[in-house]
Design a protein around this ligand. Sequence first.
Ligand code: S3P
Length: 193
Amino acid sequence: MPTRASSVAEPNLILAGFMGTGKSALGRQLAYRWQRPFFDTDDLIEKLAGMSVADIFAQHGEEHFRALERKVIEELIPPSGAIIACGGGLVVPPGMAELVRSKGVVITLFASVDTIIRRTTNKSHRPLLKGDDPEVKIRDLMKKREQAYMKAGIAVYTDGRSLQQLCVIVGRVYQREVALLKKASTKSKAKGD
Ligand code: S3P
């Protein structure tokens, strides 16, 4: 597993995925285990805007929120060494999956609709799920976003897995990707690129 000493030059680990797939909980736990800084894009946006995500949606609309998400990824996250949990829709707009991938190793968490419903019901900071039938909204959004999630990162399924198990699985996937990146960079240096 990564250690504090090695974390400085290590690529960021970026967690993407639908609301309620456990990005923030897993990101915090990994940051604690690996002794790395943790950032949640929703928190960064709230600090930047000086208001809650729900208020940004209500007062300025979703497009403005998406522009803030882009700004956070372009300007506010560190270049390496951190663990970052993305808001559920961050990787969806055109160009965002590529942008996020240029900032680190991206892993997309997936969960079943039932799990997502259980984890997201009555959470006021999720304005997109407000209304009479969150299940229909979840299914609809999930369908629209699935391709973007697959394109953004390596898929990890979270259903039936504990936080501990997910730390191990995600840690392995991350290490494998880091090793591949290092190998690719050594090869291109040897070629004089
Ligand atoms: C959103 C997900 C939320 C938050 C905002 C929009 C989305 O983050 O960014 O409500 O579009 O899926 P979480 O995935 O952390 O709930």
